[in-house]
Design a protein around this ligand. Structure first.
Ligand code: NAX
Ligand code: ATP
Ligand code: MG
Length: 410
């Protein structure tokens, strides 16, 4: 999926899309879709009253401030692009994971393969040399770049040149990506952190949306300038990562009684970023709205589920961005594609985890959940209806066939 018009080699196609987009933007159907999307994420300023909608059935004040349950299934349906035969490779998304070191090879793999399983066309991993062969051996689907270095493999006098060549190598690829995910399995080596900081600065200059997770959050917590005022940044902290972020940025402890206000304050203090605070319910905010996804997933808390989430959020936020950009939403709209991406990713992971748990119970591991990522729509009410219909037709057909072969009475 090419988000920047200028970067696309098929100008005629872009023109056509642009034209179609304008017609679509003017259509009542699009306006209705936009209204529905907007109504999924009410602003805190008006407490959501101005845009109340039947799509937001659960309003809660439990966390001192309005938190709305997102209609996440509706978000997934609207932002997911159709499987169009006219599309070519790359248009459904090109994602890169910056992570993977000696200790952690699972996390970048989980994030990268999840991006593919959700529906992206290409998934890259930029990792250390030690991790690359291992990650490649997990899956031939991934494009693995063994370019990062840790302190132990770089002499002091080489640091500067190695750092520049790492950046140059990533820059060669950067413009192609619709979103990068920084942090799954990255480790906390100081030289590596410096290099990844440079990569993040470049991604920002190039307007590439960036999901920051795992050790990427450790990096930005100590260098908040890396994401400050970046509306294309999404932070996905778990309970400990959130605690560290609150302590560093707000200079206080996590306050559960005031959860939504504290999350809003954190987003505002960092400036324009979107934060998804993971937990029993995932709380999502961009400093203006607080939405939650609390669909029940699984009681298993095996490591790696956050990695599935970061890869999925990268794809969904790219799709949401593309949906809103190509449909030329009016300037005054308050829909934030980064928030929509978080809502969709959270629902997907939770539904897949629920299905995996149903099958594997306590032995459920992250790989089991990934297997179910493609089956998410089966569980939605609409598709359940379709599945039931086709099941009913198949049963009827089978009964007829059996009767032909074995007529009653023989
Ligand atoms: N298979 C893999 O390769 C995996 C690698 N992972 C990577 O591992 C790296 C570290 O992430 P983690 O989430 O494990 O981070 P941490 O190493 O900070 O946390 C590990 C665990 O230690 C405990 N802990 C951490 N801080 C604590 C505190 N302040 N008080 C009490 N207990 C505390 C918690 O149980 C936590 O889940 C990241 O790069 C991450 O992406 C994880 O994603 C899990 C899967
Ligand atoms: N107590 C809980 N109940 C239900 N779901 C939860 C709970 N805690 C976390 N989750 C869900 O699990 C997913 C991963 O969150 P988690 O806190 O495990 O991330 P993480 O620690 O970063 O994972 P990883 O091991 O991949 O680093 C999120 O979608 C989150 O909503
Ligand atoms: Mg994590």
């Amino acid at each position: 999926m090419s988000l920047s018009m200028g970067a696309c080699p098929h100008a005629w196609q872009q023109h056509h899309l642009h034209h179609r987009g304008r017609m679509w933007a003017a259509s009542p159907a699009f306006r209705r879709q936009l209204f529905l999307l907007r109504s999924l994420a009410p602003t805190c300023a008006d407490g959501g009253r101005a845009s109340s909608s039947s799509l937001r059935p659960h309003l809660m004040y439990a966390a001192a401030g309005p938190v709305y349950e997102a209609d996440a299934e509706a978000v997934v349906r609207r932002i997911t692009p159709p499987l169009d035969r006219a599309r070519h490779k790359g248009q459904a998304g090109k994602i890169a994971i910056i992570g993977g070191c000696r200790e952690y090879t699972g996390a970048p793999y989980f994030a990268a393969i999840s991006a593919l399983r959700v529906g992206a066309d290409l998934s890259h991993v930029f990792c250390t040399k030690d991790a690359a062969t291992v990650i490649k051996s997990y899956s031939p689907e991934l494009i693995v770049h063994p370019i990062l270095e840790e302190s132990y493999s770089v002499r002091d006098d080489e640091r500067e040149s190695v750092s520049s060549s790492i950046l140059a190598e990533v820059i060669k690829w950067m413009e192609r990506f619709d979103c990068i995910v920084v942090g799954p399995g990255l480790g906390r080596d100081s030289f590596l952190m410096d290099c990844v900081g440079n990569i993040m600065r470049h991604a920002r200059q190039a307007n590439i949306p960036t999901v920051v997770d795992g050790d990427g959050l450790f990096l930005i917590t100590n260098n908040i300038g890396l994401v400050e005022d970046n509306s294309l940044a999404i932070l996905t902290p778990n309970v400990y990562e959130y605690k560290r972020l609150v302590q560093k940025v707000l200079n206080c402890e996590v306050n559960e009684e005031n959860a939504s206000e504290q999350l809003t304050a954190l987003c505002q203090k960092i400036g324009g970023v979107t934060i998804m605070r993971k937990g029993k319910a995932d709380l999502i905010s961009d400093g203006k709205k607080v939405t939650q996804v609390s669909t029940f997933g699984s009681p298993r808390r095996c490591g790696g589920q956050g990695d599935i989430l970061s890869g999925s959020v990268a794809v969904f936020s790219s799709w949401a961005r593309h949906f809103l950009l190509s449909n030329e939403q009016p300037k005054e709209t308050s829909v934030n594609p980064m928030v929509l991406g978080c809502i969709a990713g959270s629902l997907l992971l939770r539904k897949a985890a629920a299905l995996a748990f149903e099958k594997n119970k306590r032995s459920t591991v992250t790989t089991d959940i990934i297997e179910f990522l493609g089956q998410r729509f089966v569980v939605s009410a609409l598709d359940f209806h379709l599945v039931w219909q086709s099941f009913y037709l198949k049963i009827s057909f089978l009964c007829c066939s059996l009767e032909d072969i074995c007529p009653a009475g023989r």
